[in-house]
Design a protein around this ligand. Structure first.
Ligand code: PBG
Length: 328
């Protein structure tokens, strides 16, 4: 009788019900966050060609789409602003009347504490040169001058009603400076979602269109170099020490080792951002009939979760939450 396996892992794969029963990880709508774009000075939502299905919203359509997301069970909204005017210091970012700040208040008025309202704490959407900070005389991004503006930006967003601020500019010390500013202004309950390990990635391409970015050149003097993982560990440890509430890794699918590392080295919640290029690649392949779209979306999201992300930012959040709730 020799030669037959005594252990048969296939037994647990026999039926959909069996596979569902033994699934080690599951997606939960409450752990999905929808990134959204609001643009100043438009009368109708504008499609983003490289991100089919994603819009630059008007203030009104933003609120409607955010309500739909929350009704679908999505756990939070991450908001990006696209201003009508830009300048060298990104002054619309700290202006209470700036598009991002007024739209945070729109969301806060409509949704209150029924969801978690997050805002991008970065200058690149607001500067006329498209960098995440202000420039010095030689045209380099000036870390410490930028931090002063980030501190004001954090307070403006907290005053507008944000629950969490997501500094995505990769300036050294940004978490400490924002934490101190928020505390000094009495916003001790407003948290920091730290883009702790953020890589200089080609996957941000479609986002440039989404925010009408003015950037020429790249962000390699502040975002991380793709070959480096130990450097990510240092960045994560620094942000934890500086007072981060949640650690985020970005992009997600090409940095799953870093997501897993983050999960091991901190007890804080770990988030991962499935960015615009990850979205665009799947949509483009699916539009050509080259890939099963829904299966691919689920596989990408479960992989990010399996690697260790508790929270996932994804442009598919509303759709996936709806599908998960329907049990499909
Ligand atoms: C910077 C920021 C970017 C993204 C989120 N925050 C652009 C960049 O770093 O170049 C990219 C998100 C995406 O690609 O979906 N404010």
């Amino acid at each position: 009788m020799g030669g037959y396996p005594e252990v048969r892992p296939r037994r647990l794969r026999t039926t959909p019900a069996m596979r569902r029963l033994v699934a080690e990880t599951r997606l939960d709508p409450a752990a999905l966050v929808l990134p959204m774009f609001v643009r100043e000075g438009i009368d109708d939502p504008q499609p983003i060609a490289s991100m089919p299905g994603v819009m630059q919203h008007t203030r009104d359509s933003l609120v409607r789409a955010a309500v739909d997301a929350v009704d679908a069970g999505v756990g939070g909204i991450m908001l990006f602003g696209v201003p009508a005017q830009r300048d060298a210091t990104g002054s619309a970012a700290v202006d209470p009347e700036g598009i991002l700040n007024v739209a945070i208040t729109d969301l806060a008025d409509e949704l209150g504490d029924s969801t978690v309202i997050m805002a991008d704490g970065c200058l690149d959407e607001f500067t006329d040169h498209g960098h995440c900070g202000v420039l010095d005389d030689e045209g380099r991004v000036d870390n410490d001058a930028t931090l002063e503006i980030y501190a004001q930006m954090a307070i403006a967003q907290a005053e507008a009603g944000a629950h969490l601020i997501g500094p995505s500019g990769m300036m050294d010390g940004q978490i400490a400076v924002m934490r101190r500013a928020l505390d000094a202004a009495g916003f001790t309950d407003v948290g920091l979602l730290a883009y702790a390990a953020k890589y200089a990635s080609a996957l941000y391409g479609p986002f440039r269109e989404a925010v009408d970015s003015q950037l020429k050149g790249d962000r390699r003097t502040y975002q991380q170099d793709p070959p480096n993982a130990r450097e990510a560990q240092r960045e994560i440890e620094l942000d934890v020490d500086e007072g981060a509430d949640i650690i985020m890794i970005k992009p997600a699918s090409t940095y799953l080792d870093i997501v897993s590392l983050a999960r091991q080295i901190t007890d804080l919640p770990v988030a991962a951002y499935q960015v615009s290029g990850e979205y665009a690649m799947v949509e483009a392949a699916a539009a050509n009939g080259w890939i099963d779209r829904d299966r691919m979306i689920d596989e990408q999201l479960i992989a990010i979760h399996r690697a260790g992300a508790d929270i996932i930012l994804t442009y598919w959040a509303t759709e996936v939450a709806t599908r998960l709730r329907a049990g499909a």
